[in-house]
Design a protein around this ligand. Structure first.
Ligand SMILES: Nc1ncnc2c1ncn2[C@@H]1O[C@H](COP(=O)(O)OP(=O)(O)OP(=O)(O)O)[C@@H](O)[C@H]1O
Ligand SMILES: [Mg+2]
Length: 261
């Protein structure tokens, strides 16, 4: 059964883009947040929907873990704004951040639909959806209930994953859901030695067939530290302009693919 979404608050949103992967821990949340920052830098109105009910990381990555979403007297939710990026996350509703959310599938589906419907998104060119790993309940909910708004999906991969069947599974999911696959971001694609500049392909060589590669992101200990400390915005804007440029190029490609659709 496809649950109906109240589209009133989405009328002012142009594109919803889902960031997904075949498996966990490959960098979806980081890529979602970095793309949002890059799109914002390009002048777009951006929001992030953290659709990871059990392991929300967007508020942490963006240094907003102690914040809350607001509520209007009419019962709507106002997202938390960080650096002009609106964030909607279940984490921002909890008064104790350590509390786990223990919900079964149907409740999660209902909750995501409520969060999307009740949030006052405002004028946004993009809502980036940070998906949980895999192709489960949350994915179906987003794909089916938000179908008219989801303009594309981005696949996050690490070289170790680039076995054909992981790509195939995700491709199959987007195909069945009728969502356009915009391309893949290969995360942890290589390590560049800070001393001699040699490139090491730690997870091996890779080849992706039939999917457009939007960006190849290096492994960086400083990036990992910035993510853990909730400093991604400051890190990209001030410490690592080279990485911001990689994401800005990917963001430009995504924006032009969607404009020309
Ligand atoms: N390019 C990178 N260089 C160094 N560390 C990275 C890089 N990308 C991600 N990480 C680290 O890897 C871990 C996983 O990243 P992230 O949480 O974004 O993955 P995810 O796919 O969203 O995970 P989950 O499936 O649990 O939602 C984090 O600790 C992050 O700091
Ligand atoms: Mg995540």
């Amino acid at each position: 059964m496809v649950m109906r979404i109240d589209i009133e608050n989405l009328r002012s949103v142009k594109n919803v883009v889902a960031v997904m992967s075949g498996k966990g821990g490959v960098g979806k949340s980081f890529v979602s947040a970095a793309l949002a920052i890059a799109l914002k830098e390009l002048g777009y109105g951006v929001a992030i929907l953290d659709a990871d009910v059990h392991g929300p990381s967007i508020p942490w990555i963006l240094g907003a873990e102690s914040g809350f979403m607001g509520a209007t007297v009419e019962g709507y939710i106002t997202p938390l704004e960080v650096n002009g990026i609106a964030i909607a996350s279940f984490e921002l509703l909890l008064d104790r951040r350590e509390s786990p959310i223990v919900w079964r599938g149907p409740l999660k589906t209902r909750a995501i639909i409520e969060l999307v419907s009740k949030t006052k998104w405002g004028f946004r060119d993009f809502i980036i959806v940070d998906m949980p790993p895999g192709t489960g309940d949350e994915h179906l909910t987003i794909a089916q209930s938000l179908k008219p708004f989801v303009k594309g999906a981005i696949l996050v991969l690490t070289p170790g994953d680039l076995v054909a069947h992981v790509v195939k599974k995700a491709e199959e999911f987007v195909r069945i859901s009728g969502i356009r696959l915009l391309g893949a971001v290969v995360n942890m694609a290589y390590f560049k030695c800070p001393v001699c500049g040699t490139i090491h392909k730690i997870f091996g060589e890779y080849r992706v067939e039939g999917v457009n590669i939007l960006a190849e992101i290096p492994i960086k200990p400083e990036l990992s530290q910035a993510l853990n400390e909730g400093r991604l915005i400051d890190y990209l804007k001030n410490d690592d302009k080279e990485l911001l440029k990689i994401f800005t190029e990917a963001a430009k490609t995504i924006a032009s693919m969607l404009q020309s659709a």
